[in-house]
Design a binder for this molecule. Structure first.
Ligand code: ADP
Ligand code: ZN
Length: 625
């Protein structure tokens, strides 16, 4: 049963016709005064789960979020919907803070965003006592997890919410899916009595692809030029240096790109983030420091040029693509060097054995995903404990099934090379030297160490160098070979001997032929509007383009359509992000429908009362003009 008020808010404030997934049950739980713990993938619609109860219940919904840089945008977006929202954090001046506090105490706020560190302060706690709190929403709740890379010590104090305000319902939300994280959140936030909601983690509109890394820069450029012309996207790199290098490279090749990493000063970071959110079609090249809480809905691709450290990380990062439900790409280039580098990093990392073992287990799961010949999506979902069909039809292994081959003999050749180097010579080398030996190359290093005298010299000329690299990579991924020490030299593992003794078969994924370009499963697209609207006919595409231009002007100009909605909205540079006015998906629907009246326009998903009043006539004018 849906309570009428929740549905009314959904329709009139947010302009949506239906609840998505479990939103309704979650919202009812909170309206009824109970606690909830919500695991939902990025883009699943978590915000409505606390925003609607905050609007329905008397008092203010207090949202705890670590993302203070995004609070202004979140609040602006809510104000555009006619929701009375404010925030308290260290970025605002005293006057703004006082005003927000007054509004809260006077019961004039529907939603109040606060930083976790702010809640620990006695004055904030007293402030909350002076007003009425409708609920507490703990966003990004996985920040309580000490294993995760988003750990925030201040989150550990949030269990006090329950002690101090036992009657206020709480909702904790995260996009991190594992049951271990869920248990940790429940324990640390004292949410034992909460109802648990776990949504399907499938993101059907994201196409997962993992390619063998050959010339990563060229491969990236191919992807952007053939499938993502004019699209916004994120390129993740491991190091600050490679972020800078790749951003420069893209700019030199005519693709508008910006860097983002922790080594840039705070202003540049804020500025680049703001441009990425506000402008259409920018590519952000970033370390994983970028992205949490970025709710830009039209990120069309996420590309990884380095191997993520865990499946959790990979899933969270790729999840930033396609929050609007439109087709999007998650592309990862991965090679031997990635495996060697990450294994090395783990081995030389600080922390005890248990910590290193934990890191290694995470890496192994990631490698298994990379090397699978099965559907990527079903493997991902299985990792998160969710059932999935065997084949999804929208990942690289489903679209172009990889060939597997019996690599047992190749594995034996490679492993015996490593064994002989060690037994006969007492030497350990990196992958390159073993491959050179197998290929029978006459390099300086071969001559220097007289490796041409080894019996395995030249016995591997049946495979190309790239294929041998694939063999090493897959042996590492399967734990049949290991790397050691600062130089990443190859060593045998306990499991290696079973291969050398011919007790087990080793099946491998075939490496792509050298000249093979990354095949694009999606058709080539033309202009940026066409890129964002592949399913519109040419006439509607033209209208969509016009609407986008209208939206861009509105989002950028001071005094444009986004202002004056809330009389004390602080004027700020740059205006609100374009998607705060209307999403691409909404503009597309409008372009296809071409409504002739406000009433007709109001039927479009994403057009609520406030936006209709504010922008409706402008949209009709843009359609007519
Ligand atoms: P999350 O926080 O889970 O990543 P959001 O709350 O930002 O996701 O929602 C993702 C997108 O889906 C937003 O653009 C939001 O407006 C939209 N959305 C959420 N719920 C609904 C719904 N019931 N109907 C239509 N769109 C929705
Ligand atoms: Zn698949």
């Amino acid at each position: 049963m849906t309570s009428a008020p929740a549905y009314e808010v959904l329709r009139h404030t947010f302009g949506y016709d239906e609840f998505r997934g479990e939103q309704r049950d979650i919202i009812e739980t909170l309206i009824g005064g109970d606690d909830a713990l919500v695991l939902m993938p990025t883009g699943g619609g978590k915000s409505l789960c606390y925003q609607i109860p905050a609007l329905v219940r008397p008092g203010t919904g207090v949202v705890i979020s670590p993302l203070i840089a995004l609070m202004q945008d979140q609040v602006d977006a809510l104000r555009t919907l006619g929701v009375k929202a404010g925030f308290l954090n260290s970025t605002q001046d005293l006057d703004e803070r006082r005003l927000t506090e007054q509004l809260f105490v006077a019961g004039e706020l529907d939603l109040l965003y606060v930083a976790p560190e702010g809640l620990g302060v006695a004055s904030t706690q007293r402030l909350l006592d002076r007003g009425k709190v409708a609920l507490f929403a703990i966003d990004e709740a996985h920040c309580v997890s000490q294993w995760g890379h988003d750990f925030r010590p201040d989150y550990l104090n949030l269990s006090m919410l329950h002690e101090r305000w036992p009657d206020v319902p709480r909702i904790a939300l995260t996009a991190t899916a594992t049951s271990a994280t869920r248990e940790e959140i429940a324990t640390r936030l004292d949410l034992a009595g909460a109802r648990h909601f776990t949504a399907s983690f499938d993101r059907p509109n994201i196409q997962y692809r993992i390619a063998a890394k050959q010339e990563p820069k060229r491969q990236l450029l191919d992807l952007l030029r053939s499938e993502h012309v004019g699209d916004a996207g994120i390129v993740y790199c491991l190091s600050r240096a490679s972020v800078e290098k790749i951003a420069d490279f893209l700019v030199q090749n005519g693709i508008p790109a910006l860097p983002y990493h922790a080594g840039l000063d705070a202003r540049t970071r804020a500025n680049n983030q703001s441009r990425f959110l506000r402008e259409d079609g920018l590519v952000m090249v970033a370390t994983i420091a970028f992205g949490m809480g970025i709710d830009k809905p039209d990120v069309r691709f996420v590309a990884h040029l380095d191997l993520p450290k865990s499946v959790e990380g990979y899933y969270q990062e790729t999840g930033r693509a396609g929050r609007d439900g439109q087709p999007s790409t998650a592309w990862l280039a991965y090679g031997l060097q990635d495996v060697v580098q990450q294994r090395k990093m783990i081995e030389t990392s600080e922390g005890d054995f248990a910590h290193r073992r934990n890191l290694a287990a995470h890496l192994d799961a990631m490698l298994a995903l990379c090397e699978t010949v099965q559907c990527r999506r079903s493997q991902l979902l299985a990792y998160f404990g969710q059932a999935a069909p065997d084949s999804c039809g929208n990942c690289d292994t489903c679209l172009t099934p990889p060939e597997s081959w019996d690599g047992t003999v190749a594995a034996q050749k490679l492993l015996s090379t490593v064994l002989r180097l060690q037994r006969e010579r007492g030497q350990k080398f990196g992958a390159g030297q073993s491959i050179d030996i197998l290929l029978g190359k006459t390099t300086e290093k071969i001559a220097q160490f007289r490796h041409h005298e080894l019996s395995v010299f030249g016995i591997g000329s049946d495979l190309r160098e790239q294929e041998w690299r694939g063999v090493v990579r897959q042996l590492l991924a399967q734990g049949l070979l290991a790397v050691e020490g600062e130089y990443g030299v190859l060593v045998l593992t306990d499991a290696s001997s079973s291969v050398l003794r011919r007790e087990r078969e080793v099946m491998m994924r075939r490496e792509p032929a050298p000249a093979a370009r990354t095949k694009a499963p999606k058709p080539r697209r033309g202009s940026s509007a066409a890129a964002a609207a592949p399913d519109l006919d040419p006439a509607a595409t033209e209208v969509f383009e016009r609407l986008r231009a209208w939206r861009a002007a509105g989002g950028q100009e001071g005094g444009g359509p986004a202002y004056g909605i809330f009389h004390d909205a602080p004027a700020k540079e740059g205006g609100v992000p374009a998607y705060v006015i209307f999403h691409d998906a909404t503009l597309k629907q409008i372009a296809a429908l071409r409504p002739g009246s406000l009433a007709e326009l109001s039927t479009v998903n994403g057009v609520g009362d406030n936006k209709l009043a504010k922008f409706g006539q402008q949209v009709l004018d843009a359609l007519a003009g």
